[in-house]
Design a protein. Structure first.
Ligand code: SF4
Ligand code: SF4
Ligand code: SF4
Ligand code: SF4
Lengths: 426, 328, 344
C-alpha cells in the first residue's frame, strides 16, 4: 500500500500537500470576489481551522459517522450522540482511496474511503464509534465491507431500492426503527418522546435557517454567491449544529439588510445557474467556483450536499414516539430525489420548479466520472429541461485539478451562450 | 389583504378545528333546546334520533323514509317531494363540500374526540395496508346502494316495514348521539320481530365496533359512511375545493402523514388539480402540513381561502424550535 | 289563580259552583253494562288491533293518509257495550233524543253534525285544519223516573308531519273541554306530550270527570282494557281518576306487532237528584254517564331489551378490542405479512 501520507508524515500538517489543496480553494473563494458578506467570516475561519491548519474540532460523546443524507440525524441527536457526515471532497484522499476501489469509481466514495483509512483524518472530528452506511448506490454499498476492514464498526441502514410503493415505505420505516435500536445499544441511552422532540427541534431550527437562506437566493439580482452557500452547507457536515444555525441566522440577518440596501452580489445580468448532479464537497468546489469566476451565479442547487440534505422538513401528526420515528423515516425517503431510485420524475419536477421559481437561465449538471446513476439520468433530465426551454450543460469531472482549464472554457462558452440568448430575447 | 391572508395561512388549524367542531356539535346536538332547527336535509350525521336536542336532521333519515313510500305514490305525486328534498340537500352540500365531514358532522367530531383520548393515552393508531384500503373503500358504496334499494323494496312490498330506514338501524349515530341528551333508549335490542332483532343486534354490534374502531383508527367510521359516498358522487360542482399544484409538490409525504383518512394520492398524485378523494373529509390537515408554498390549497368558488405556506408550516408543524414550547 | 290545562283558561281552584249539583250516592253504585254508548274510531266489522297506518295521534288518526284530494275525512262509530272488542253498533232508540256536536279548531263552541242513523252508521266529518277535533254525542233516555244522560266523546288529532311548530303549539294549548257539556271525561296529558304522542301500555293515565267544565268528585270511573279487563275507582276531589293502562297484549312471539293498536274505554257515572221533564215526561233523578275511548300501543319496554343491547354492544367492543390488541402483539414479529402457498 503506497500511502502518500507516509512521505509527508514528517511535515507539520499545515504545510502538507493536503492542507495546500484546501488552502488554495479557500483563497479562491475568499479572495477572487469582492464584497464577501462579513458574516461569512465564521465559515471561512471554520474551514481554515479544520482543513488548512488541521485543528481539531472534536465532538463530545458518542460520534456516529454517516455516509449519506439518508441516515436520520435526529435519531442520532436524540440518543445524545453526534452525527458527522463523512462524504469527502479532497483530491488527496481520493488518491489514497483509489487503492480500495476500481479505477473508474466515484471520487467521492474513494475520497471517503481514503479519509477513513488514514490515521489523522481531516476534518478532525475524533474517533468514530459507528459508521452508518445507508444502502444506496452500489459503490457505497460495497464500501461497507472496506470500512469494516479498516477497523470501523459499520451499520448498514437498509434503504429500499425503490421509494414509491407503500411496501418500500413500510420497509424503510422498519429499517429506521431498527437503526434506533442499534443506537440504543451503542449509546446505552433510551429514546424518549422528549429527547427525540428536542433533537427534532434542533434539526428543524437548522432547516428553517437554511430555508431562509435558500429563499434569499430567489432574489434577482443576487444577494449571495453560490460558492458561499456551498461552504455554509458543507460546514453542516461536521460543525456543531447549534453554532452552525446561529451563524446562518447571522448571515440571514445580513442578507436581509443587503436586500434593503439594494445590494448586488453579482452583476445584474449575470446568468443565473441551477446546479445539480454529483455533490460538491469542500475542497472540491471546483465547478461552482468556475461558474462564478466566469461571471455566472449559482442561485440554487439540487444536490445532496446542500439542498437535498436540508430542505425537506418533517411533519408529525401525533407526537408519540413511534409516530415521530415513522415521520422521520418518511421525510428521509419520500421526497428524496437521489438517482439511485428507479424513477426520476420527482427529480425532474424539482428541477423544473427550482428553475422556474429561481428565475434560472441555465442548469449545470455535474457527474463524477464513475457515478453511473447520475450519468444515466442525465439524458432524461436534459430532455425535460430543454422541453421547458432551459439549457443544460452536462459536465463530467472528478477531484483532480487537471481538467480545470478545459472546464473553464466550457463554462465560459455556456454562460456566453446564455447571455446571447438573453440579449436576443429582450 | 396580504396581512390577512398571511394570518389565515399561518393559523393553527388543528386548534381552530377543535373549537369549530365543538361549536357545531353544540349547535347540532343541543341546538334543539334553543329552538334551532336547520331542517331535515343536512348533509352529515346530525342524527334525527336525538329527538330533543337536535338542531337539524341528517338527510339520510328523510331520504330513506321517502323512498319507502308505496310505489304508486313514490313515482307519482311524492316524487316531487323526493326531488325537492334532494335539491335542498344538494344546496347545503355544495356549499361546504365534504367540509361538512371535517368540520361539522357530530359523529365525525366524536371520532376525533376518541382519537384525542387515544393520543392522550399514548396508544398508537392503526393503519390499513394499501390492499385493505382498496377493498374497504368500496364498502361505503355498497352501503349507499343498500340504503336506497331496501327502502325501494319496502315500497314495492318485498321487505318488511321493520326494515324501514335500514341504514339508520345500523348507524352508530343513532345509538351514540342521543346519549348526549341522556336518551339511552337506542341501546336496546328490539324483539318485536325477527327482522327487528336482526337489525338492532347488527346496530349494537356496529356501535361496539365503532367505539373500538374509532379508538384505534382515526375516523374509523367515515371510511364506511354512505353519506361520504353520496357526497363524492355529487361533489363536482361543489364550491369548497381541495386543489393541488403538482409542480410545486416535492412528494415529501407530509400531507399523507397528516391525513386521517390515509389518502396516499394526496402526496403522490401530481397530475390532478382537483385532488379530493372519495374518502376525504376535507379536514384540510394536509394543507396545514404541507411545507411547499401553494402546493395545496382550499378554494371557495375559485377564490383561495387557505393555502400551504412555508411560514405557516413552520409555525404549525415544527414544535419546540424556540417559537413555542413542545406540547402534546 | 292557576292555569287550567283542560279548560284552557285561568280558573279558581275549587270553584264553589260545583255544589249546585247535589250528588246522590244512591243504592245503585255499580255501573250497568248494556246501554253504555261510546264512540270508537274502529268499526266493529274491522279486524281487531290492526296497526295504525302511521304513527297516530292520541285520539286516532285521520283516515286515508292524504290519498284522496281535499281535506282528510274522519269516520267514527257510535257503539254500545262495555267490552271494546265486543261492542256492537248502537241501535237507534225511538225514545232517545240524540244531539251531536263537533268541536273543531276553528269552532271551539261547536257545530252540530248529523247523528248516525240507519243509512249511515258512521259519524263522518272533514278535518280541514290541523288540530284536535272532538265529537260529543249526547243521548237522553227516560227510564221510569230517571233520566239517563249519556255523553259519548271522542278526541281526534289531525296533524301532518310537515306542519309547523306554531300550529302544533296552538293545538296543544287549545281548551279540551266544553263549558256546557252535561258531563265529559278528559284524558289528562302525559308530561311532554306532543301531537304525535301515543299512550303506551304500562303507563299511568289519569282522566278527569267534568260537569259543565267543573270537576266532579266521587264519580264512579271504570277503565276497560282492550281485552275487557276493567277496574273501577272513584274520582277524587279534583274529579281525577288514575289507572294503569294494563298490558293485556300477549300474542305468541311470531305474531307480535309493535304497532298493535288497542282500544280502551273509560266510563264515568254519577247520579243526581234533579227533577225535570224529558219529552214531557217527568223525572226525579238523573244518571249522568260519560264515555271516552282511546288507543294504546305496546310499550317499547315490552319488546326492547337494554340488557341485550348493551350486552351485544359491549361484546362487540370487547371482542374487537381484544382482537386488535392481539393482532398488534402478533405483528411484533416482523416480516410475517408475506405468506407463500404451494397451491395458489
Ligand atoms: S341514524 Fe344515522 S343515518 Fe339515520 S338519521 Fe341518524 S345519523 Fe342519519
Ligand atoms: S363521513 Fe364521517 S364525518 Fe362525514 S357524514 Fe359520515 S360520519 Fe359524518
Ligand atoms: S406535503 Fe405538499 S409537498 Fe409534500 S407531498 Fe404533500 S403536497 Fe407535496
Ligand atoms: S386529503 Fe387532506 S383534507 Fe382530505 S382527509 Fe386527508 S388530510 Fe383531510
Amino acid at each position: 500500500m503506497t500511502n502518500p501520507n507516509a512521505k509527508t508524515a514528517a511535515l507539520p500538517y499545515n504545510r502538507s500537500r493536503q492542507a495546500r489543496e484546501a488552502e488554495t480553494m479557500l483563497d479562491h473563494i475568499t479572495d477572487d470576489f469582492d464584497d464577501n458578506p462579513p458574516s461569512m467570516a465564521y465559515f471561512y475561519d471554520l474551514f481554515r481551522r479544520a482543513y488548512c491548519r488541521g485543528e481539531s474540532i472534536e465532538r463530545e460523546g458518542v460520534r456516529v459517522g454517516t455516509t449519506c443524507i439518508h441516515a436520520p440525524e435526529e435519531l442520532i441527536y436524540a440518543f445524545g450522540a453526534t452525527p458527522v457526515r463523512l462524504c469527502n471532497g479532497s483530491y488527496h484522499y481520493d488518491q489514497i482511496g483509489a487503492d480500495f476501489m476500481p479505477a473508474k469509481s466515484c471520487s467521492l466514495v474513494k475520497a471517503t474511503l481514503g479519509m477513513l483509512s488514514s490515521e489523522n483524518a481531516i476534518p478532525k472530528t475524533g474517533k468514530l464509534d459507528l459508521i452508518v452506511n445507508p444502502t444506496t448506490c452500489d459503490q457505497k454499498k460495497k464500501a461497507s465491507a472496506m470500512m469494516a476492514g479498516m477497523g470501523h464498526s459499520v451499520y448498514e441502514l437498509e434503504l429500499p431500492p425503490a421509494k414509491e410503493s407503500e411496501q418500500a415505505r413500510v420497509y424503510w420505516q422498519r429499517s429506521v426503527r431498527e437503526f434506533a435500536v442499534r443506537l440504543r445499544q451503542l449509546t446505552g441511552k433510551k429514546l424518549t418522546r422528549k429527547n427525540l422532540m428536542a433533537a427534532m427541534a434542533k434539526t428543524s431550527r437548522a432547516q428553517v435557517a437554511f430555508r431562509t437562506l435558500h429563499n434569499f437566493r430567489r432574489k434577482a439580482p443576487s444577494l449571495i454567491l453560490g460558492k458561499d452557500v456551498f461552504l455554509v452547507t458543507n460546514a453542516y457536515f461536521f460543525d456543531d449544529i447549534d453554532r452552525w444555525t446561529d451563524a446562518v441566522e447571522r448571515l440571514n440577518a445580513e442578507l436581509a439588510q443587503r436586500e434593503k440596501d439594494g445590494f448586488c452580489a453579482a452583476q445584474k445580468k449575470a446568468p443565473r445557474i441551477l446546479f445539480t448532479g454529483s455533490p460538491p464537497v469542500f475542497p472540491n468546489l471546483k465547478l461552482p467556483l468556475v461558474i462564478e469566476q466566469s461571471g455566472g451565479v449559482v442561485v440554487a442547487d439540487e444536490t445532496c450536499s446542500a439542498n437535498r440534505m436540508l430542505y425537506d422538513m418533517t411533519s408529525v401528526d401525533e407526537w408519540l414516539l413511534n409516530n415521530m420515528v415513522d415521520s422521520l423515516a418518511d421525510k428521509y425517503l419520500k421526497p428524496c430525489t437521489c438517482p439511485i431510485f428507479p424513477n426520476n420524475d420527482d427529480r425532474i419536477r424539482r428541477l423544473l420548479d427550482l428553475a422556474k421559481s429561481f428565475a434560472v437561465d441555465g442548469v449545470v449538471y455535474q457527474t463524477f466520472a464513475g457515478c453511473q446513476v447520475y450519468e444515466m439520468e442525465q439524458r432524461s433530465v436534459a430532455e425535460a429541461l430543454n422541453k421547458a426551454g432551459i439549457v443544460m450543460l452536462a459536465v463530467e469531472t472528478d477531484y483532480s485539478p487537471d481538467d480545470l482549464g478545459q472546464l473553464t472554457t466550457r463554462i465560459e462558452a455556456f454562460l456566453e451562450s446564455i447571455k446571447t440568448r438573453k440579449r436576443k430575447a429582450t | 389583504m396580504k396581512r390577512l391572508k398571511d394570518a389565515i395561512d399561518g393559523v393553527d388549524l388543528n386548534r381552530f378545528r377543535i373549537w369549530f367542531q365543538l361549536a357545531m356539535f353544540v349547535l347540532l346536538v343541543y341546538g334543539g333546546y334553543l329552538a334551532i332547527n336547520l331542517g331535515n336535509h343536512l348533509p352529515m350525521f346530525a342524527c334525527g334520533f336525538n329527538q330533543e336536542g337536535r338542531g337539524g336532521i341528517c338527510y339520510l333519515m328523510p331520504l330513506q323514509h321517502q323512498l319507502a313510500r308505496p310505489w304508486p305514490q313514490l313515482f307519482g305525486m311524492a316524487s316531487l317531494g323526493v326531488l325537492t328534498g334532494f335539491g335542498i340537500f344538494w344546496l347545503w352540500f355544495i356549499f361546504l363540500n365534504k367540509g361538512w365531514c371535517g368540520y361539522v358532522c357530530p359523529l365525525g367530531t366524536i371520532q376525533d374526540w376518541i382519537t384525542a383520548l387515544r393520543r392522550r393515552l399514548g396508544v398508537r393508531y392503526a393503519r390499513y395496508t394499501q390492499d385493505q384500503f382498496r377493498h374497504l373503500s368500496r364498502v361505503k358504496y355498497v352501503l349507499l346502494a343498500l340504503m336506497i334499494l331496501i327502502p325501494l323494496g319496502i315500497g314495492g312490498g318485498w321487505f318488511s316495514r321493520d326494515m324501514g330506514t335500514p341504514f339508520c338501524l345500523i348507524c352508530p349515530a343513532r345509538m351514540v348521539l342521543p346519549l348526549f341528551t341522556g336518551d339511552l333508549s337506542h341501546l336496546t335490542v328490539d324483539f318485536s320481530s325477527k327482522t327487528a332483532v336482526a337489525m338492532t343486534v347488527l346496530g349494537m354490534l356496529i356501535t361496539g365496533l365503532f367505539l373500538t374502531g374509532a379508538f384505534v383508527k382515526k375516523r374509523f367510521f367515515c371510511f364506511f359512511c354512505p353519506m361520504s359516498a353520496l357526497h363524492y358522487l355529487i361533489s363536482r360542482p361543489a364550491l369548497l375545493k381541495l386543489r393541488k399544484d403538482g409542480d410545486k409538490c416535492t412528494r415529501c409525504g407530509d400531507c399523507y402523514r397528516a391525513c386521517d383518512m390515509e389518502i396516499k394520492a394526496i402526496a403522490d398524485d401530481v397530475k390532478n388539480a382537483d385532488i379530493m378523494a372519495d374518502d376525504c373529509i376535507l379536514c384540510l390537515k394536509c394543507v396545514a402540513a404541507c411545507p411547499e408554498p401553494g402546493a395545496l390549497k382550499a378554494t371557495f368558488a375559485t377564490i383561495t381561502i387557505f393555502e400551504s405556506t412555508e411560514a405557516g408550516f413552520i409555525k404549525r408543524c415544527q414544535k419546540g424550535i424556540g417559537l413555542d414550547q413542545p406540547k402534546r | 289563580m292557576n292555569f287550567d290545562p283542560i279548560m284552557g283558561r285561568m280558573t279558581h281552584r275549587f270553584a264553589p259552583v260545583l255544589l249546585l249539583v247535589s250528588l246522590a250516592s244512591g243504592p245503585v253504585t255499580a255501573l250497568e253494562g248494556g246501554c253504555v254508548l261510546w264512540i270508537s274510531d274502529t268499526s266493529p266489522m274491522r279486524a281487531e288491533g290492526a296497526p295504525a297506518r302511521r304513527g297516530g295521534g292520541m285520539g286516532g288518526m285521520p283516515m286515508g293518509g292524504g290519498m284522496h284530494s281535499g281535506p282528510p275525512m274522519k269516520r267514527l262509530w257510535l257503539l254500545s257495550g262495555t267490552d271494546p272488542q265486543k261492542a256492537a253498533f248502537a241501535r237507534g232508540d225511538a225514545d232517545a233524543s240524540v244531539e251531536t256536536l263537533l268541536v273543531t279548531p276553528s269552532k271551539p263552541e261547536g257545530e252540530s253534525v248529523p247523528p248516525p242513523g240507519e243509512g249511515h252508521r258512521g259519524l263522518v266529518f272533514e278535518m280541514p285544519a290541523q288540530g284536535f277535533y272532538r265529537v260529543y254525542v249526547t243521548t237522553r233516555t227516560l227510564q221510569e223516573r230517571m233520566l239517563n244522560l249519556n255523553v259519548a266523546k271522542a278526541e281526534v288529532g289531525n296533524f301532518g308531519h310537515d306542519g309547523d311548530e306554531e300550529e302544533h303549539d296552538r293545538a296543544m294549548t287549545a281548551p279540551r273541554a266544553l263549558e256546557n257539556a252535561a258531563i265529559e271525561i278528559v284524558r289528562e296529558r302525559q308530561p311532554k306530550e306532543g301531537p304525535f304522542s301515543q299512550v303506551r301500555s304500562g303507563t299511568e293515565q289519569s282522566f278527569i270527570v267534568l260537569r259543565k267544565g267543573l270537576p266532579v268528585p266521587d264519580a264512579r270511573v271504570r277503565f276497560v282494557s282492550h281485552q275487557g279487563w276493567s277496574k273501577e275507582v272513584t274520582s277524587d276531589g279534583q274529579g281525577r281518576a288514575r289507572f294503569q293502562v294494563v298490558r293485556d297484549y300477549f300474542p305468541p312471539w311470531g305474531e307480535f306487532q309493535k304497532r298493535f293498536k288497542a282500544t280502551y274505554l273509560v266510563i264515568a257515572e254519577f247520579d243526581a237528584t234533579e227533577a225535570g221533564n224529558h219529552k214531557d215526561q217527568p223525572y226525579t233523578s238523573v244518571r249522568y254517564q260519560a264515555t271516552l275511548s282511546g288507543s294504546y300501543y305496546p310499550s317499547p319496554e315490552d319488546y326492547r331489551s337494554y340488557a341485550w343491547g348493551l350486552g351485544v354492544g359491549l361484546l362487540a367492543a370487547l371482542l374487537s378490542g381484544v382482537a386488535t390488541y392481539l393482532y398488534r402483539r402478533r405483528r411484533l414479529r416482523p416480516f410475517q405479512e408475506v405468506r407463500l402457498d404451494e397451491k395458489a
